[in-house]
Design a binder for this molecule. Structure first.
Ligand SMILES: [Zn+2]
Length: 415
């Protein structure tokens, strides 16, 4: 892998197009200046054109020369790739699940570009995708490719509201920029305050986290060079801020607010105080930026990370295992017939575990939509079928504790 990485670094440092683009821009500038000169006084045309020839030729030659290292590095990179993956053929798409849903794939790409803030690329992509609609092809699991829901068709029918999403994400990136680059909490706090009720209903701490960081910033009274203000001015400003802003937090965050107030007593030696962790937390800004992104996306009904990115990464992690499996199946001449299910466990990092599964402790079966987990009043959970079998519709004793209950007191658990 190291030689590949080396080649990529080489490509990034030596073989970029920026110098060529500059040279081409120079050539264009030469042409436009000449055109303006001739337009202003047509008599100068012959001399202007004659004067133009040599520098223009030189500019083009320069641009071509700059491209040479690009070509050579690309060639070397291609060779390194071939060498690295010589005996590793790409997996064949025997279990192709994607050809029947090209519109959805286009939609996923468009959404990814929008949420990454690549607005102009996204709009070109959406434009081209709707001008050249792809043709769904039947696959094993989807013999009749069709799109059901209106949101599935929106990219195809031109009703995909990219403008609205773009506005939303532009706001998100503006707020994130203020947070990360300018250490300015104002726009984020204003955003959270406007949606205070919704955020609280979701159990989010975002608004408090932002205001707490604002308090810490005022307390520390840092100037641009991150030097602590030695006077009591900072703590006093923080005190005033807390008095005017922390009122609504008293109920839910009484303890945290008390701790911040306790820090006031240590204004001269906060470094040695028990409150040090609030004031010297290197990741504080990145933490609030991450929780802001998460809340912003979830209010839009989106996950914090791009699903396309997650799917591609999980796929890249799974590929070596699947390739190995394919080889084994070929050698043993066996087949894998189960649709929509992977034949082997693919170990993915914890952040990629989305749906917890529930196995009923009574029947040892995994729960399904038809047989969901049910929680009895005592807090123990078993599958619905087990509940029905045990209770036979009447009061029954929990298999795991002495509590008795009626089956209709059990609540469905959503994982
Ligand atoms: Zn119980």
């Amino acid at each position: 892998m190291d030689d590949l990485r080396e080649q990529v670094e080489l490509l990034e440092s030596k073989a970029n197009l920026s110098t060529s683009i500059q040279d081409i821009q120079k050539a264009i500038d030469l042409l436009t200046t000449a055109r303006a000169k001739i337009a202003a006084d047509p008599h100068t045309a012959p001399i202007t054109l004659a004067k133009l020839q040599s520098p223009f030729k030189q500019a083009l030659k320069q641009a071509n020369d700059d491209l040479k290292p690009v070509y050579s590095s690309l060639g070397k990179y291609g060779k390194a790739l071939d060498k690295k993956f010589k005996d590793k053929p790409l997996p064949t798409a025997e279990n192709d699940a994607l050809s029947s849903h090209p519109q959805l794939i286009n939609r996923a790409i468009a959404m990814h570009l929008l949420r990454e803030g690549q607005f102009s690329v996204a709009s070109t992509f959406i434009d081209e995708a709707s001008r050249n609609p792809p043709h769904p092809e039947p696959t094993a699991s989807t013999p009749n490719p069709y799109l059901n829901e209106s949101w599935e068709k929106d990219l195809a029918t031109g009703t995909f509201n990219s403008q609205e999403l773009q506005l939303q994400f532009a706001e998100m990136y503006h707020i994130l920029h203020e947070l990360r680059q300018n250490r300015n909490l104002g726009p984020a706090i204003a955003w959270a305050r406007q949606r205070s009720d919704t955020l609280e209903a979701r159990g989010s701490n975002l608004e408090f986290e932002l205001c707490r960081l604002q308090f810490v910033c005022l307390y520390a009274g840092r100037d641009d060079d991150d030097i602590m203000d030695e006077s009591a001015g900072g703590p006093l400003r923080a005190w005033a801020y807390a008095r005017s802003e922390f009122g609504p937090f008293q109920g839910r965050y009484a303890r945290e607010v008390q701790q911040l107030m306790g820090a006031m007593a240590y204004w001269e030696n906060i470094m040695d105080s028990p409150y040090r962790r609030y004031f010297y937390n290197g990741s504080a800004w990145e933490d609030v930026a991450a929780s802001f992104t998460r809340e912003f996306c979830s209010l839009l009904g989106l996950s914090a990370d791009s699903p396309l990115y997650i799917a591609a990464t999980a796929g890249a992690i799974a590929l070596p295992t699947l390739l190995k499996l394919q080889n084994i199946m070929k050698e043993k001449r066996t087949e894998w017939t189960t649709q929509n299910e992977l034949p082997v466990e693919i170990p993915l990092p914890p952040a990629y575990h989305f749906h917890s599964i529930f196995v009923c402790p009574v029947s040892k079966e995994q729960s399904t939509d038809q047989n969901p987990p049910m929680m009895m009043p005592c807090g123990h959970v078993i599958a619905q079928e087990s509940l029905e079998k045990l209770s036979k519709g009447a009061r029954f004793k929990c298999p795991y504790c002495p509590t008795e209950s009626h089956p209709h007191e059990a609540k469905k658990v959503f994982l």
